[in-house]
Structure formats: C-alpha cells, structure tokens
Design a protein around this ligand. Structure first.
Ligand code: GLC
Length: 556
C-alpha cells in the first residue's frame, strides 16, 4: 500500500473507514511501576505480559510503553544510554519479542517512546563527543564556549561545563540529558536507524518525546529574563523554532511513511491554529499532545508549579473545545493523565469531591470527545494523588527542581511542599494497585516508590468484583464508544461555554445527537436540557437536575 494511504481519514469518511488506532483506546504503561515479577521492586516486561488480558478487557488496541531502554534512570528512562536495547531492570530482548507476540495474539500493538531531543550523558555518543573537540562525534551535541541565561526545564542553568572540552553543552532537561544536534545529518540518520530498528521488530507506533525542542535558533543568545533569578526559560527560547517542520518531514519520510503504525508527538505549546501543519496528511504525526487543556493552570508554557493558578472551568472547556475544533478534519489524542501529571481526580476537581464519582465523570468525557482515548495505568481504577511529607521522599527530578526554585523565590518548606504534593509526577508513578496483599500485589520485594496508602480500599481485585466500580465503568464506556458511530466520528459542539459549573457538549451525526454533561461542582445544579434518554451516567437513577459531580450521556 502507498505511504499516503496510511494517513488519517477526515470526518467526511464514515466511522467504518477509521484506522485501527482511531477505533479503540490506547493504554499507557509506566513499566517501572506496573508489575514486578522477580522481586526486584521495579516492574518488568514479564509483568506486562501477565496483564495483557486485563488491558484487553479495557478494549485497548495498543500499549504505549514509556522508555524501557538502558538508562541510568536519572529521569526514569527518559535519559537513554542505548536506543536499541532493553534495560536489564525490565528484562531482555527475548522478553520484548514475547511481549510483541503475546500482544499480537490479543490484537494489541506495542508503541515505543522515542526520546530523540536528548540522550543520556552515559550514551557512548556523548562520551565520545565530550572527549575532545576533534573526535568524530564532536558535533553530535550542542557545544558552546559561552553559556546563555537559559534556565533548564528541571531548574538551574540549561548549560553544563565539561572539563574535557573546556566548553558548555546544552541540556533542555537535566544535566544528564544533553541535547542532540539535529543540524548534523549523521545524528538524524542514527536516530532514524534506531526508530527503524523497532519497526523491524513489529511495533505498532511511536510516541515522540519533547519533539518541539529539537531545532535550536541559529543564533544562540541570551533571552529576556522571565525568571526572578535573571534567567529565561529554555522552553520559551527554543520551542517550535522555525525550520523544525523540515526536520520532522524528513523524519516522517525516513521512518513513518509506508507503515501501518500511528504516531503521536509530545509538543508542548503548539497552537491549535497550527495543528494542521503538524498532524494528518499534510503534517507529520497522526496526533499531537499539545498540552492545551492539561496546562490550563499554567501561564504560557511556564510549568513552574508555584506559579500555577486555580483552574477556571470555562478556560478548561475552551482549551478542550479549541483542540476539538482544530482537529475537526484531523485526529486528536484525548487524555487527562500521563506519567508527568498528577492524578486527574485531584487535578480537575475541587477538594471535597467524591473521587469515584469524579473518576467516572472524567471517564465519560475521555470516551466521548472526538479522538483516541489514552488511559494511563491506574486512572481506570480511580487512583488519586499520593502524599509524601518531605522533599527527600520524592524521586521525581522535576519535583526537586520545582521545590528548589520555590525556596529560592522565598516560599517556606511547608508552602513549597504544598505545590510538590499537588503537582509531583510521583503522584502518577506510585505502583499499580492490583490487590490488598503486600505492596498492593505489585512486588514481593521493596517497591522502588512507596505504594499509595489507600491500596487496601482501591485496587483492581476489589474493582473487578464490584459491578459499579470505576474499572467496570471504564469497560462499559469503552465498549459503548468503540461501537458507536456517533462517538467515534460525530461532530463536536460545545454548549453553554460560559457556564462555570457544568461542561456540556454534543456529538452529532446526521439526525442523531448525544449530549454529554458533567457537573464539576459539589452541589446540585440546574440541567439546562430535558427530554433526552440517559445512555450512561455515574449515578444510577435520574433527576431533572445534576447532583454533585454527576455526569451522563443523553441520547436525543
Ligand atoms: C517528556 C517526558 C517526561 C520527561 C521529559 C524529558 O516530557 O514525558 O517524562 O521527563 O520529556 O525527556
């Protein structure tokens, strides 16, 4: 089949023409925290194989694995030391081949995470590059004699001095994650070869990490300080530098074209109006995580946690609607959680909200917006944030960076910890809760990160047995969406956008219409529609108003 034939159809096509990855949800696994089968305290590939039937029960067509390559784990695998191997903590290549084969038997594809903006400082490419100014890989990273005032995303200067070369190298993230030099064609070729290695293994697609940073401005210079320490955010200096799409089109041609896969780019701050340049037939990827709604609590790409503001529902709704509108003829990855975000029941609802109702309410939105739902491990059982008392209990590098900056900006330990507890990425990384036994059934050893204290009340085994559980609600919704032409491909329209209490939108196809409503408050609110037939909801019975956190789909 010709390359172009693999690109997404538009809304003009019927749901029967949608591609496999548009018809069913994707399940995201953070392997380190999923299931440990050898008592090491860290999850592994055999653990994933054991749970494939569980993942299938959610109707998933693919599993996105966060990085499983050899890594010093400074950023939990996003610092890669070898792009074409498996970290022994997770298993070996035979385990990976078995995972692909066992998944295939169940109609599930494996999607790899490509971290191509940077490697680990332990990658042989970097070790060679830093060894001298004249070695063959001298130009594979970004080296300069002078540093600029750029602040890295995890805090501190984005430049690190290297004794061997007597030069600075750029690192958008941690200093152990040096940025690769995409201007060098040899670097690009090495990266494409690595991606093609996984395609040859039979993977079903890629999630492409931090892709907006690969192109640097031709003149690397100081920026206008936008941080109290006189620095300026590296994100604002390099994200979406003009010319980036030329690299990405080459990437598409050299890797994606001609394969029956899907690609989803992580592209913080690509604007809704630019999406068609990035996604679909004329773009590069099939879908884009553009952070519109998930960063609604931050100003303009600034992800500094203590600079966050409370979410206004109308802003969250606008962000979701903008993405829906701008992908009307394209496709969208719908998500409320991933390994970088706090748990959604805490993130999007006011404190005091019933967590199970909230989890079901967001599930209704997840499965009824237009696009592919991405379920993050644990979201489907309604896991909520964990809470560690001291910064030293946190593993997440970004929690340490944010804490340090908060203290430098004058916050007390207690104030800074409030933000860490709210936003830490460890909230999403505590071990998966399988049962009420030791370590929630995650490991027989010592878990690398403490298990959430509520595991005896909230785990898969308990939820399996309860027909009203969040887990069984997810299964019902997944079935409903995957077989509903209107939910798969109907047109989206937002209703009452200014309302600060409820989110309401319709999906319609010809004469058929569904209306989806969610009450984001903890009190009763008026339901501004009547006459529809309730298809599914998070309360069993029906009233002519919406109760606390009530959500439902009505058919008209
Ligand atoms: C992406 C990943 C995140 C990682 C960062 C650096 O944002 O999702 O976990 O820390 O890139 O690779």
């Amino acid at each position: 089949m010709g390359a172009a034939a693999y690109f997404s159809p538009t809304i003009a096509f019927g749901a029967e023409n949608l591609r496999w990855w548009q018809k069913n949800p994707v399940y995201q696994i953070y392997p380190k925290s999923f299931l440990d089968t050898n008592g090491s305290g860290t999850g592994d590939l055999q653990g994933i194989i054991k749970k494939l039937d569980y993942i299938k029960s959610l109707g998933a067509c693919a599993i996105w694995l966060t990085p499983i390559y050899p890594s010093p784990m400074v950023d939990n695998g996003y610092d890669i030391a070898n792009y074409t191997d498996i970290d022994p903590r997770f298993g070996n290549m035979d385990d990976f081949d078995e995972l692909i084969a066992e998944s295939r038997k169940r109609g599930i594809k494996i999607v790899m995470d490509l971290v191509f903006n940077h490697s680990s400082d332990q990658h042989s490419w970097f070790l060679e590059s830093k060894s001298s100014k004249t070695n063959p890989k001298a130009d594979w990273y970004i080296w300069r004699d002078e540093k600029t005032n750029w602040r890295g995303i995890f805090g501190g200067s984005a430049w690190e001095f290297c004794e061997e070369r007597q030069q600075y190298y750029l690192h958008t993230f941690a200093k152990q994650q040096p940025d690769l030099n995409w201007e060098n064609p040899e670097v690009r070729k090495a990266l494409y070869d690595a991606a093609n290695f996984w395609l040859d293994k039979g993977v079903g697609g890629f999630r492409i990490d931090a892709i907006v940073y690969i192109k640097k401005p031709s003149k690397i210079a100081d920026g206008k300080p936008d941080m109290p320490d006189g620095m300026c955010s590296v994100h604002n200096m390099i994200a979406n530098t003009p010319g980036i799409l030329d690299f990405l089109h080459e990437f598409r041609r050299e890797v994606f074209d001609g394969h029956d896969i899907f690609t989803v780019g992580e592209a913080n701050s690509v604007k809704s109006e630019d999406l068609s340049k990035w996604v679909g037939k004329n773009g590069v990827f099939d879908m884009l995580f553009e952070f519109n709604h998930s960063n609604v609590m931050f100003n303009n790409g600034d992800e500094v946690w203590h600079h966050s503001k409370p979410i206004r529902l109308s802003e969250l709704k606008k962000a979701l609607s903008d993405s829906q509108k701008s992908t009307k003829n394209l496709w969208y990855p719908i998500y409320f959680e991933n390994h970088d975000k706090p748990r959604s029941v805490n993130n999007f609802f006011v404190s005091g909200t019933d967590k199970k109702l909230a989890a079901k309410a967001l599930a209704i939105v997840l499965f009824s917006l237009r696009g592919t739902p991405f379920i993050y491990q644990g979201e489907e059982i309604g896991l909520d944030n964990t809470k560690f008392d001291s910064i030293s209990d946190y593993d997440d590098i970004s929690s340490h960076g944010n804490y340090k900056l908060a203290r430098e900006e004058g916050l007390s330990d207690k104030e800074a910890m409030k933000f860490v507890q709210k936003f830490s990425r460890d909230n999403a990384r505590t071990p998966m809760q399988w049962n009420s036994e030791k370590n929630a059934g995650f490991t027989s050893g010592k878990a690398w990160l403490p298990v959430h204290s509520d595991f005896k009340a909230c785990n898969v085994e308990i939820e399996e047995k309860n027909p009203d559980s969040v887990l069984n609600f997810y299964r019902k919704l997944s079935k409903l969406r995957n077989s509903s032409e209107i939910l798969l491909n109907g047109e989206y329209e937002e209703l009452y956008p200014e309302n600060e209490e409820i989110y309401m939108f319709s999906r319609s196809l010809g004469e058929k219409k569904l209306i989806i409503t969610v009450n984001f408050t903890t009190h009763d609110v008026k339901l501004p529609i009547s006459g529809g037939k309730k298809v599914i909801g998070n309360y069993a019975d029906e009233k002519n108003y919406l109760r606390a956190t009530e959500a439902a789909i009505y058919e008209f």
